[in-house]
Design a protein. Structure first.
Length: 388
């Protein structure tokens, strides 16, 4: 009985030992397989760190308005007789836009002109009689006063008649008519809006710390989207008072808008151009990655060549001729200003360092990389700048 128990224990130990040994052998074989397996390189785009001219600017947002723009209304009440414009029509200063019914005023003016002619004739007769010594000074003065009163009445009625016409105060583009023929209108009723779209103005604000960088005539760029600012202008006004609530300074600039692509009330991005600086180390913003520990970039450097640990490793290295020779290394940096898609680097990188500008989302410290700059953000940015 004891002999059988001993034999069973020996067999159990052998079986358990065989299972444990097989598992250890399997794990070691898997580990060796993955250790000797070549690591595939991550394709990235790079750009070298260089000192280049820096074009600083102040970027903000603003609202576009016409340099001249009014909501038109009539001066007197009346019935609309004729509308002399259509929507989005370009009108010139002095063009008749709205004609009110002026039948009564024309009749009154005709009667006043007839009376003025009679009074002028009476004045001429009184003047002739006085020259001959027949008439008196009193009669001449009375005739002169009557003629002057009649002439003034004609001017008054002419002014009333002119008020029945709404004329364009300046040249520009008129909007949609808000009245119809036969409609009764009164002063204060807006009939249309008139905007001069050839020259626009933009109102925006900048922080009080940057007030000293602004001056009248300073160039400004405008655009509807970030990175695309085709409109040019200049500062024409700077508010001398800082808003105590927001600590912002109001600024106004004029924009040339010959093609009419900007409309009053539109939102625009604003970039105030500051004097150019030379020798500034700046890199594309796509190269910069922000984390809880700080801002960092990936620098591409030659990969370290590990020594062969065994004959099998040496054979595998000799067999694989396509093993990557570059790797990405994480470097923390101190950043400064940002402008036109580039960021200033104050500390952390050196000139001629090769930074990863695309594909870093798949990288970690020491990852093998393969450089392919055929498609990169910097190449597309340079192409756009060249096209402009």
């Amino acid at each position: 009985m004891i002999k059988r128990l001993i034999i069973a224990l020996v067999l159990l130990v052998l079986v358990v030992g065989g299972i444990v040994g097989f598992n250890m052998f399997r794990d070691n074989a898997i580990e060796q397989f993955f250790a000797n397996m070549p690591v595939s390189a991550v394709t990235v785009a790079t750009d070298k760190v260089q000192a280049a001219p820096w074009k600083p600017g102040i970027e903000t947002i603003g609202t576009v308005g016409a340099s001249q723009g009014v909501d038109l209304t009539v001066e007197v009440n009346g019935i609309v007789k004729e509308i002399g414009f259509s929507a989005n029509q370009h009108v010139k200063a002095g063009d008749i836009l709205i004609q009110l019914d002026d039948t009564v005023q024309r009749a009154d003016l005709a009667a006043a002109k007839t009376q003025a002619d009679l009074d002028q004739q009476a004045l001429d007769r009184a003047t002739e009689l006085r020259r001959r010594g027949v008439g008196s000074d009193v009669a001449l003065d009375a005739a002169r006063a009557t003629a002057s009163t009649s002439a003034s009445q004609v001017q008054k009625l002419q002014a009333v008649l002119d008020q029945k016409q709404l004329r364009a105060p300046f040249s520009g583009t008129i909007g949609i008519p808000k009245v119809d023929n036969g409609q009764y209108v009164a002063p204060g009723n807006i009939v249309a809006t008139l905007q001069d779209l050839d020259t626009m103005r933009a109102d925006f604000s900048v922080p009080e710390q940057q007030l000293g960088l602004l001056k009248i005539g300073q160039p400004v760029q405008f655009g509807l989207a970030e990175g695309d600012m085709p409109f040019k202008g200049a500062i024409v006004g700077i508010d001398p008072k800082v808003d105590p609530q927001s600590r912002l300074v109001s600024v106004r600039a004029e924009i040339a808008n010959p093609e009419g692509k900007l409309s009053p009330g539109q939102f625009v991005r604003v970039r105030i151009v500051l004097p150019e600086e030379n020798g500034v180390v700046a890199v594309p913003q796509t190269a910069l990655t922000s984390s809880l520990y700080g801002d960092f970039v990936y620098v591409v450097r030659p990969a370290a060549k590990p020594e062969a640990a065994s004959a099998e490793a040496g054979a595998a290295q000799a067999q694989s001729q396509a093993e990557p020779t570059l790797s990405a290394h994480q470097v923390f940096v101190k950043v400064g200003r940002r402008s036109e898609g580039r960021v200033e680097i104050l500390e952390g990188v050196k000139l001629d360092d090769e930074l990863v500008v695309a594909g870093q989302n798949r990288l970690s410290n020491g990852t093998p990389v393969k450089v392919d700059n055929t498609v990169s953000p910097t190449a597309s940015t340079n192409a756009q700048a060249a096209s402009k």
